[in-house]
Ligand binder design. Sequence first.
Ligand SMILES: C[S@@+](CC[C@H](N)C(=O)[O-])C[C@H]1O[C@@H](n2cnc3c(N)ncnc32)[C@H](O)[C@@H]1O
Length: 218
Amino acid sequence: MRLRNIPGSREAVAADNRCVHTPEEAKGHWHEIFGNDHPVNAEVGMGKGRFIVDMALKYPDQNFVGIEMYESVLIRALQKLDRRKKAGEPVPENLRFIRMDARDMDLYFEKGEVDKIYLNFSDPWPKDRHAKRRLESRQFLARFDMVLAKEGVIEFKTDNEGLFDFALGEIEPAGWVLDFCTRDLHADTEAMKDNVMTEYEEKFSAKGNKIYKYIIHR
Ligand SMILES: C[S@@+](CC[C@H](N)C(=O)[O-])C[C@H]1O[C@@H](n2cnc3c(N)ncnc32)[C@H](O)[C@@H]1O
């Protein structure tokens, strides 16, 4: 994602009560934060938040956490919610955000506190020496393992064939199992029934790119 610094975004995110700011208020407290015992799902690298906002609206009986590294991107999701409120449209109560590098997931979540992790159109990091920065790498799978519930799953979508092939190759060495795999999600009527589009998915599928998806568990 091309990053444009947005002046004031750091301060705005730091002051926003839809964001959870410190490991102390987060870890082990997610059911208190949401005020219910519903499952907690996280999108890692949510970008401007279209997917996570739409998921939270679609599934009011589940909780959602949008994780994004940059304030200048995260603020777009907050602004999206502000616009909805101003327009009198429904605004999800079951949604929070964290500005962090997902490398620190275990500082913000207790083991078993996350039921599902969504990875959508993750940055590909094409250079071999950067492979461990890819969110689908075995290094990141080990971090996700530290927070996911026993039956937890990861759902990954991308239009990048190279990244998808890399991700498939990481599953077994990392101790995970493939549940579902398609190299053309949008041609799979059954899988599309529940599909919620991400910002990037809309952009790249409109260009004719195929969308790849897997679901994995341990
Ligand atoms: C290409 S965008 C995709 C956005 C969105 N998921 C979508 O499908 O439209 C990837 C996003 O992941 C974020 N990101 C990349 N690595 C991350 C990390 N380690 N922790 C948190 N966010 C990360 C980037 O800042 C960027 O906003």
